[in-house]
Design a protein around this ligand. Structure first.
Ligand SMILES: Cc1cc2nc3c(=O)[nH]c(=O)nc-3n(C[C@H](O)[C@H](O)[C@H](O)COP(=O)(O)OP(=O)(O)OC[C@H]3O[C@@H](n4cnc5c(N)ncnc54)[C@H](O)[C@@H]3O)c2cc1C
Length: 553
């Protein structure tokens, strides 16, 4: 029986026997973990879904089929690709091998493209089993952590109820991140699809106040706590209690809830993270002149880089190396802020240089409103017993807390990203399922990372990166999305830019360079077979493999 069609090159007779003396080592295809996947908090198979799009034709799929397959691959771990394709700061691109050539693959824009395809086609998330289990699970909080935990449990056959304190689900995706970065129709569509798996959502219920935790513990076999961190930290300076001093999260929540917030003409925002930048840009949209005060330099600012650029483009003035000393006011109303210049000193525990006040450098800023966005913490409420003293909630690798049957993840264990919350929600769901079904838990063993020096960048053709379009500053508003997506052609071309780090992509380099003809082509998808008896151990295949997946062993 012929299993594969051999395509052979002419063999140089006798070469193997002579060259066998060169080295006893022989080639082996050894897949590696690509850098994009290695640093994605969700552990997404980015290379896999990019290859699915790039090689659609070679595998006999239509573009639509390839997009749907890519969407299914992504939603295995992340049911919010259209959301993440807009707000994830994409560490995958930071680490992409192509960055050293002519720019990283635009993975985030591609994720949005596939996410939007799923929304437009109304694709349904898939169940993992047809079984239905009796054990009921409660999820507290409908942010990305809670939604993803609920998703992963529902598709494993569990009846899940989510209790959410706010009017609508989404957590910081709805009440923190402004709509010009994340349109609400996109968020609504991705959340609706998760709930369609049969998840019950009870909004306007604060667990610990409206629903006692003991009641939940009695009724549900496991509880996932995903309450996030919504309480803004205070500056701890005189005058902070003035009525026109807001916490960043509170301000954004009020604006995103449709409330009218009056700021006046001059707003001072304090902080350097995403909340500070979003609060500053929203204040600009409300018509204020905005000064943002940050105590270190731009290099240390934790906010997402393009968001800082966006704020500057929109006219936010940033005072770097400056900190508040006192809020100046009268009759409970702030009228300005006394500040001091800072300089950078020794590195502190966070690894960043410590800001040190410069003597005699005080200055004043006028303000009609002040927004304090220096950090936030969870409102533990009824969950205070999950804390270890003053620390936040402590968990094991699977989100289990010190209380039996109670799991957690997302911002309530440490401020993070949407993708971190998604990953932690999934891990807790896997742990709950394993516990209830008596299964052993194990994390998949990833192959070793591909070493940068193994990537032969010169082998790949030049292909410029496709950037997303951005709306002009004068057209920007509160609700209109600033960034546009990639076109079909751009998405396809961008997926083709993936270097397939650590995974064979049928490029034929090994086959071409093998003088004794030891490489035999297999049908698409199965790549090559090595006839070791013909190999002379010359290592050329391993040296020439552009994506670093051949090892000499
Ligand atoms: C302004 C801002 C901008 C951000 N921008 C980005 C970004 O661009 N990219 C990115 O990756 N990350 C960003 N982040 C971080 C990201 O939003 C969070 O890491 C993520 O939302 C955390 O998810 P979570 O589910 O843990 O918590 P949350 O999203 O905060 O959701 C928690 C939910 O629990 C509910 N809840 C709380 N207590 C109770 C209770 N007792 N009973 C019932 N429900 C309760 C809350 O109402 C809320 O809906 C941003 C954060 C902020 C504040």
């Amino acid at each position: 029986m012929v299993l594969f069609k051999e395509v052979r090159k002419p063999v140089i007779r006798g070469a193997a026997s002579v060259a066998a003396l060169i080295s006893p080592l022989r080639p082996r295809y050894t897949p590696k973990t690509p850098p994009c996947m290695g640093c994605c908090p969700c552990g997404a198979d980015i290379r896999g879904w990019l290859a699915t799009i790039a090689q659609a034709e070679a595998y006999g799929r239509t573009e639509e089929q390839a997009y749907e397959l890519a969407w299914r691959m992504i939603t295995e771990r992340n049911p919010l690709p259209a959301v993440c394709g807009r707000v994830c700061p994409h560490p995958c691109e930071e680490n992409c091998s192509r960055k050293a050539k002519e720019g990283a693959v635009a993975i985030n824009a591609l994720e949005r493209f596939i996410g939007d395809f799923g929304v437009e086609r109304n694709l349904k998330l898939s169940m993992l089993t047809e079984e239905r289990h009796a054990e009921k699970i409660a999820v507290v909080g409908a942010g990305p952590a809670g939604l993803c935990c609920a998703y992963q449990l529902a598709r494993r056959g569990y009846p899940v109820t989510i209790f959410e304190a706010f009017r609508a689900p989404g957590g910081m995706l709805r009440y923190g991140i402004p709509a010009y970065r994340l349109p609400r129709n996109v968020l609504d569509a991705e959340i609706a699809r998760i709930l369609e798996l049969g998840i019950e959502l009870k909004c306007n219920v604060v667990v610990g106040r409206d629903a006692p935790i003991e009641q939940l513990r009695a009724e549900y076999r496991a509880i996932f706590v995903g309450i996030g961190a919504h309480k803004g930290l205070k500056l701890d300076v005189p005058g902070e209690d003035a009525s026109n001093v807001f916490a960043g999260t509170e301000f954004l929540n009020r604006v995103n809830s449709g409330e009218k917030v009056t700021l006046g003409k001059k707003v001072v925002v304090i902080g350097g993270g995403d909340t500070a930048i979003d609060a500053a840009r929203v204040s600009r949209r409300l018509g204020a002149e905005v000064t943002l005060l940050y105590r270190r330099t731009r290099a240390e600012m934790p906010a997402i880089r393009p968001e800082i650029d966006g704020a500057l483009e929109e006219g936010v003035r940033i005072e770097f190396l400056a900190a508040p000393v006192e809020i100046i006011g009268k009759d409970g109303i702030a009228a300005g802020m006394k500040c001091i210049r800072m300089e950078l000193g020794e590195r502190d525990a966070s690894g960043r240089p410590r800001p040190v006040p410069k003597p005699d450098s005080e200055f004043e800023l006028e303000a009609t409103a002040i927004i304090v966005a220096i950090s936030q913490e969870p409102e533990f409420g009824g969950f205070a017993n999950l804390r270890a003293g003053k620390e936040w909630i402590k968990i094991d690798d699977w989100g289990a807390t010190s209380t039996d049957g109670v799991y957690t993840g997302g911002d309530d264990v440490g401020l993070g990203l949407v993708s971190t919350a998604i990953a932690q929600g999934r891990l807790a769901a896997e742990a709950i399922d394993a516990r209830l079904r008596g299964k052993k838990l194990h994390k998949p063993d990833l192959p070793p990372p591909v070493k940068p020096e193994k990537m032969k960048l010169a082998w790949y053709k030049e292909a410029p990166r496709h950037e997303r379009g951005r709306m002009g500053i004068e057209q920007r508003g509160m609700d209109t999305e600033i960034e546009s997506g990639l076109s079909d052609a751009e998405a396809h071309a961008e997926a083709k830019r993936c270097l397939s780090c650590g995974m064979c992509m049928d490029c034929e380099a090994c086959w071409m360079y093998c003088t004794p003809g030891a490489f035999v082509k297999l049908p698409k998808g199965e790549h090559y077979k090595v006839k070791l008896e013909l190999c002379d151990g010359c290592k050329k295949c391993a040296e020439e493999c552009p994506c670093g997946c051949i090892e000499m062993v």
